[in-house]
Design a protein around this ligand. Structure first.
Ligand SMILES: Nc1ncnc2c1ncn2[C@@H]1O[C@H](COP(=O)(O)OP(=O)(O)OP(=O)(O)O)[C@@H](O)[C@H]1O
Ligand SMILES: [Mg+2]
Length: 369
């Protein structure tokens, strides 16, 4: 299909049809940041997304510079393609906030789940279902809660995310085009997502069983994708490889790999290869020519001024070459997974709202949204 010039820089999104994006990864690799960027990217072009935080740390509020989020969905940002540094797209699936035909703005909503309130909501739902009292007695709610505790918390969290992903408004349309969950880390993600299988096994019949089964159906369907955030370092990459094997074994839909905090290479491949040889003289000469020897034209004076810089510079170049080589090996490990992979740059100035939109634009350009 012919592309108009405005579309040339874009890829088609890789996750069309996915409604629930679960973002996991090793602790500290940027799960919250990447989940927020992905939710913003998915909201561009007049869509509406919900970002769910489950760890109770108010990381989303901090990131967006707003007051602590209540246990209540609320709009926290709007987003247009222009804000993501992207050309406006003509065909928006819906216009959540912007003018029709122009560059519609999408909406990002957020929810920080409060476990206690979610538990009350969950119980309320079963009482409304009638016979639930009996079913709960039959299972023995205390047994139920203690046997799978602390799993009960996970039941509530996954249940809430699936409910939001499936919810429809009075007009029959989905409330959200996509739901992004800032999920627990890789070490706990499979158990976390699978907790409803255990519940369904425990409560063999009745509303709890049906609810648990319904949640598992969503989580195991092509409507869900579990993405892992990693760095180009040994431990996070190993956790990613192990985590993906676990998810696959549990029959959970693996999404993509989001490589965060990627540092740009300072030297090109030829320069990296040259680091191993003895290039002292050439480097000294080049530094002199670059004016680092001061104004003097006398070779001895230039040399004397350049000399103290040589060893530290060569040592740094060697360190850089080593890092580039290690990163190359980690990228190769990730390539073996044969999954869609995206890279986000290390932001020297840290992450604020402005740079978060930049990361979102990067994800969209690479086809993650
Ligand atoms: N691409 C990036 N460039 C620079 N800093 C980043 C980037 N991504 C994340 N950070 C910073 O790294 C730190 C950790 O990020 P974040 O809180 O998103 O990680 P996390 O995986 O959610 O952590 P936790 O496991 O504690 O929940 C934060 O200070 C964040 O601002
Ligand atoms: Mg976090």
């Amino acid at each position: 299909m012919a592309r108009t010039p405005g579309q040339a820089a874009r890829r088609d999104p890789d996750w069309e049809g996915v409604r629930l994006h679960v973002v996991s990864g090793k602790g500290g690799t940027g799960k919250t940041t990447v989940a927020a960027a992905l939710a913003l990217a998915l909201a561009a072009e007049g869509r509406r997304t919900l970002l769910i935080e489950v760890e109770g740390r108010q990381g989303v509020a901090e990131l967006f510079g707003i007051a602590a989020l209540p246990y209540e969905e609320r709009r926290i940002a709007t987003v247009t393609p222009a804000q993501l540094g992207l050309p406006a797209s003509g065909a928006a699936s819906r216009s959540a906030g912007g003018a029709a035909g122009g560059s519609p703005s999408g909406e990002l909503h957020a929810l920080a789940i409060d476990t206690e309130q979610a538990l009350l909501e969950y119980l309320d739902m079963f009482y409304k279902l009638g016979r639930a009292g009996k079913a709960l007695q039959k299972v023995g709610f205390v047994d139920f809660a203690t046997t799978i505790a602390p799993g009960v918390r996970d039941v509530l969290l996954t249940g809430k995310a699936c409910e939001a992903a499936r919810r429809k408004g009075p007009d029959g349309r989905r409330t959200y085009d996509a739901v992004v969950m800032d999920a627990p880390p890789t070490g706990r993600i499979t158990r976390f997502l699978n907790v409803n299988s255990e519940v369904a096994g425990l409560a063999r019949i009745g509303p709890i069983h049906s609810q648990a089964q319904a949640v598992m159906r969503v989580l195991k369907s092509p409507e869900t994708a579990v993405h892992l955030v990693t760095l180009l370092e040994e431990m996070p990459v190993q956790e990613t490889v192990d985590g993906i094997a676990e998810l696959r074994e549990a029959g959970l839909p693996v999404g993509g790999v989001l490589v965060n905090m990627v540092r740009p290479p300072l030297l090109d491949a030829a320069a990296v290869a040259a680091v191993d040889g003895d290039h002292r003289e050439e480097v000294a000469l080049a530094l002199g020519e670059a004016g680092l020897g001061g104004r003097s034209r006398k070779p001895e004076t230039v040399r004397a001024a350049v000399e103290p810089l040589l060893d530290p510079l060569l040592a740094q170049a060697r360190e850089h070459a080593e890092r580039v080589e290690l990163e190359r090996a980690r990228r190769a490990d990730l390539q073996h997974l044969k999954l869609p992979t995206y890279e986000l740059p290390l932001l020297g100035e840290g992450v604020d709202l402005g740079t978060l939109y930049r990361l979102a634009g990067e994800l969209k350009r690479q086809g993650a949204a």
